[in-house]
Design a protein around this ligand. Structure first.
Ligand SMILES: C[S@@+](CC[C@H](N)C(=O)[O-])C[C@H]1O[C@@H](n2cnc3c(N)ncnc32)[C@H](O)[C@@H]1O
Length: 272
């Protein structure tokens, strides 16, 4: 049974539409992750919670004759993965739950989980699974959001939803976007799961929007489960949310549009 709070199939269409924006925003974290993991030609790499599959496709180019298992637990995302990785002979697309990974012990050289671990209500279970499927000396690469004050691009919409009665769970609660934002917590979870050589770096991931309307529309199309709640909300409530979110991102206006700060934690760790 999955220990994920929500089914991301509901936002798969939004992730498909905004995949270029998502990758551009995450690029600094992605580069840091790939650099820290030192993935080599011929290796077997598993990506959990792979979403659209853009990162799996990139890793497939690195491993060449090796193999990538591109996976997600949400059927809608598995559909996107299949499209993104179609025609890549070294990629196998699977529906895998990070808390119960249907792969043999010691079968991977590296496991990547970008922007997913913090969404699990029991991330410790997933980290033990990741360690299990890695061979001795294998590496895990995890990316999560840093603290809310460093991520106004997301907080703007989350705060607007809370202020206008559309969200009630604090974003730092287990399974929520900022639940692993404290580096010592992430480090402790990795150590408790049996990893060594844990290295965590903070990486800035600003995102750019033409204006406040584009910011709100983009973030809500990607947000699970908030996107669905907003689609069903009365127009006055959505208008009030838009106004609040616009106020929060207003200070980030530049000549190039709204450039709103974001920050991630990029963790790499090894199996002894
Ligand atoms: C915020 S999205 C990130 C997608 C992609 N990794 C990226 O960085 O663009 C989180 C993804 O994790 C997936 N996910 C959530 N819970 C999961 C679980 N228990 N096992 C595997 N994937 C899960 C969701 O379906 C979703 O595709």
């Amino acid at each position: 049974m999955t220990m994920t709070a929500f089914d991301w199939t509901s936002v798969a269409v939004g992730w498909d539409r905004h995949r270029v924006h998502v990758e551009a925003m995450k690029q600094p974290a992605t580069e840091a992750l790939l650099h820290a993991l030192r993935i080599a030609e011929g290796e077997t790499v598993v990506e959990l919670g792979a979403g659209t599959g853009e990162l799996s496709r990139r890793i497939a180019g690195i491993v060449g004759p090796g193999r990538v298992v591109a996976s997600d637990v949400a059927d809608g995302m598995v559909g996107l993965l299949s499209g993104t990785c179609a025609g890549l002979g070294n990629v196998e697309v699977r529906r895998l739950d990070a808390t119960d990974v249907d792969l043999p012990d010691g079968s991977a050289d590296a496991v990547v989980f970008r922007m997913g671990l913090m969404l699990l209500t029991e991330p410790d279970v997933a980290l033990r699974e990741i360690r299990r499927v890695l061979r001795p000396g294998g590496r895990a690469g995890i990316v999560v959001w840093a603290a809310p004050e460093h991520n106004p691009w997301m907080v703007a919409v989350g705060m607007a939803a809370m202020m206008h009665g559309l969200a009630s769970v604090p974003p730092v609660a287990p399974g929520m976007p900022f639940s692993l934002a404290e580096p010592s917590k992430l480090r402790g979870l990795l150590v408790d799961a049996g990893f060594v050589d844990v290295a965590i770096q903070e990486v800035e991931t600003p995102s750019t929007y033409a204006d406040a309307r584009e910011h709100f529309d983009t973030v809500t199309a990607l947000a699970c489960p908030l996107g669905a709640a907003i689609s069903a909300a009365p127009p006055e409530q959505v208008a009030a949310m838009r106004a609040t979110a616009a106020e929060v991102v207003g200070p980030y206006r530049t000549d190039a549009g709204l450039v709103v700060p974001g920050r991630t934690l990029v963790a790499a760790a090894s199996v002894p």
